[in-house]
Design a binder for this molecule. Structure first.
Ligand SMILES: CC(=O)N[C@H]1[C@@H](OP(=O)(O)OP(=O)(O)OC[C@H]2O[C@@H](n3ccc(=O)[nH]c3=O)[C@H](O)[C@@H]2O)O[C@H](CO)[C@@H](O)[C@@H]1O[C@H](C)C(=O)N[C@@H](C)C(=O)N[C@H](CCC(=O)N[C@@H](CCC[C@@H](N)C(=O)O)C(=O)O)C(=O)O
Ligand SMILES: Nc1ncnc2c1ncn2[C@@H]1O[C@H](COP(=O)(O)OP(=O)(O)OP(=O)(O)O)[C@@H](O)[C@H]1O
Ligand SMILES: C[C@@H](N)C(=O)N[C@H](C)C(=O)O
Length: 424
């Protein structure tokens, strides 16, 4: 079986799923074999629940009469089908990658463009070799645009995702010190993320560039077509303002205030607004989208509780986003405690990067610094430190944090949000 022969069945289906527990009528179920479970075992059950077809990579479960089809690799077939579908979709696909801010930027781009178009976009963080195909396969005939987030932690991943998604527009949020281990250092990050530019250049598609970023400006110099923002002479120019910790952008006489904190989110807003203008929206539509977008996903989230202001930024962390987050938080008025957890996947640069963050934190004059995780503990000689979130949670049952403002930031593996309920 190949993608072409299966495609008519796909077109009849409602959606694609990779979890038998979530199968609904008319779904196509791709059964993966994982570390704990061989999903092919659930093939019959999925058909009974109403799945239109099941793809298995275990021949023991094949049953063509029941529309249970064997392929050598469920993943390869998912990618092949997504690529085939992409070739039949005639809508513009906007791809974005980068070290920080992909999900937030993707969400705002979606919010903005949805003011005028029916937009399909990456759900949550489904941004890898499985997530990107799933996003593409969720594009229906009624969609007019698609926004596809691409994540990577090693070379050639973005190249593969571009081959599948064939974007018409591409944006790199930034080059930062994330996933240094897999990319092979900061230069490796630039190379790996730039695979998006490599694709767009070869395919002669449009690049969106933040001209405040010297590396990106240099990498796209003399390239056309491109859409630019950041400088006064860029295609689109916005100014930053901030009110009550929330960042906003002004455009000529107009202003749009977001519910996001941090100057870094200004850049994310500018990217979305620029695409909005490019696709024919007016500022009033862009403003509505920006003002209505509320982050709920542990990314730059502000919570007010019992007279305290919390910045919950515990979805992920790396040296670049941690430094931005600390600088932003240092500008909050009133007493300030930072609770910062380990930054993961930094490889041999881990010690020095954790140490640098502690130096930065110390220089910013916070009232209290608490670290969580073994990497910080190893280099933390002056401040309170805990092995993990559970240990700090126990301590917090008796130990009060008096500061008016509290920042929580760490890599996903630390699950630092767990301590929130123990702070009153
Ligand atoms: C295939 C799969 O779904 N894997 C997920 C699964 O892994 P595990 O091996 O534990 O699965 P199981 O053995 O339990 O089950 C096997 C399959 O069986 C299904 N099943 C199970 C029980 C049942 O009753 N019925 C069933 O049908 C089940 O659904 C499985 O399909 O579980 C893990 C824990 O939840 C998941 O982590 C794992 O997900 C894998 C990793 C995955 O790739 N998921 C994609 C959908 C995805 O997009 N995930 C994103 C993560 C994106 C990310 O981290 N991005 C990074 C950069 C990218 C790095 C890239 N190289 C990479 O490695 O991903 C970034 O920084 O942005 C997400 O979930 O958010
Ligand atoms: N433009 C930016 N520059 C630096 N840091 C940023 C930027 N945008 C967001 N961040 C930081 O990164 C955190 C995660 O944001 P977001 O989830 O949008 O990034 P991401 O690249 O999608 O990461 P992931 O792929 O792991 O979800 C934010 O909470 C913030 O601390
Ligand atoms: C959660 C995953 N997408 C990610 O960003 N991982 C890094 C290592 C983190 O959690 O900081």
């Amino acid at each position: 079986m190949n993608a072409a022969s299966f495609y008519p069945l796909f077109l009849k289906s409602g959606k694609v799923t990779i979890d038998s527990r979530k199968v609904e009528k008319n779904d196509i179920f791709f059964a993966f074999s994982g570390e704990n479970f061989n999903a092919a075992k659930s093939a019959e059950e999925a058909i009974t629940k109403g799945a239109l077809a099941v793809i298995v990579e275990d021949r023991n479960f094949e049953n063509q009469e029941r529309n249970i089809f064997f392929v050598h690799s469920t993943l390869a077939f998912l990618q092949e089908l997504a690529s085939y579908h992409r070739n039949h979709i005639k809508i513009p696909v906007i791809a974005l990658t980068g070290s920080n801010g992909k999900t937030t930027t993707k969400e705002i781009i979606h919010a903005v463009l949805s003011q005028k178009y029916k937009v399909q976009y990456t759900f949550g963080n489904l941004n890898n070799h499985i997530g990107v195909p799933l996003t593409l396969l969720s594009i229906k005939p009624e969609h007019e645009l698609a926004v596809v987030e691409m994540g990577a932690n090693h070379q050639k991943e973005i190249e593969l995702l571009c081959k599948i998604a064939q974007p018409n527009y591409g944006y790199i949020t930034n080059f930062g010190k994330a996933h240094l281990e897999g990319f092979g250092g900061f230069e490796g990050v630039i190379k790996g993320k730039s695979e998006l530019y490599d694709y767009l250049k070869t395919a002669e598609q449009t690049i969106l560039v933040n001209e405040n970023d010297p590396i990106q400006t240099e990498k796209t110099a003399d390239y056309s077509p491109k859409i630019t923002f950041g400088k006064k002479n860029s295609d689109y120019y916005f100014e930053e303002f901030s009110k009550d910790h929330f960042v906003g952008l002004s455009f000529k006489e107009d202003k749009a205030q977001s519910k996001l904190t941090g100057s870094y989110n200004f850049t994310n807003l500018c990217a979305a607004a620029s695409l909005g203008f490019h696709f024919g929206l007016n500022f009033s539509q862009i403003k509505t989208a920006i003002e209505n977008y509320t982050p709920t996903n542990m990314r730059s989230q502000i919570l007010e509780r019992n007279g305290k202001t919390f910045v919950l930024d515990t979805y992920n962390a790396n040296p670049s986003s941690m430094a931005e987050s600390l600088r932003n938080f240092s500008r909050f008025e009133g007493s300030k405690t930072i609770i910062i957890g380990d930054m993961l996947e930094l490889g041999e640069e881990s010690d020095v990067e954790h140490q640098n963050i502690l130096y930065l934190a110390e220089s910013l004059g916070f009232d209290e610094i608490i670290t969580v995780g073994k990497y910080f503990k190893k280099v933390n000689e002056h401040f309170e430190s805990y092995d993990n979130s559970e240990e700090l949670s126990k301590i917090l049952k008796d130990r009060k944090i008096e500061s008016k403002n509290i920042l929580l930031k760490a890599s996903r593996g630390i699950a630092l949000e767990k301590v929130l309920e123990f702070i009153d």
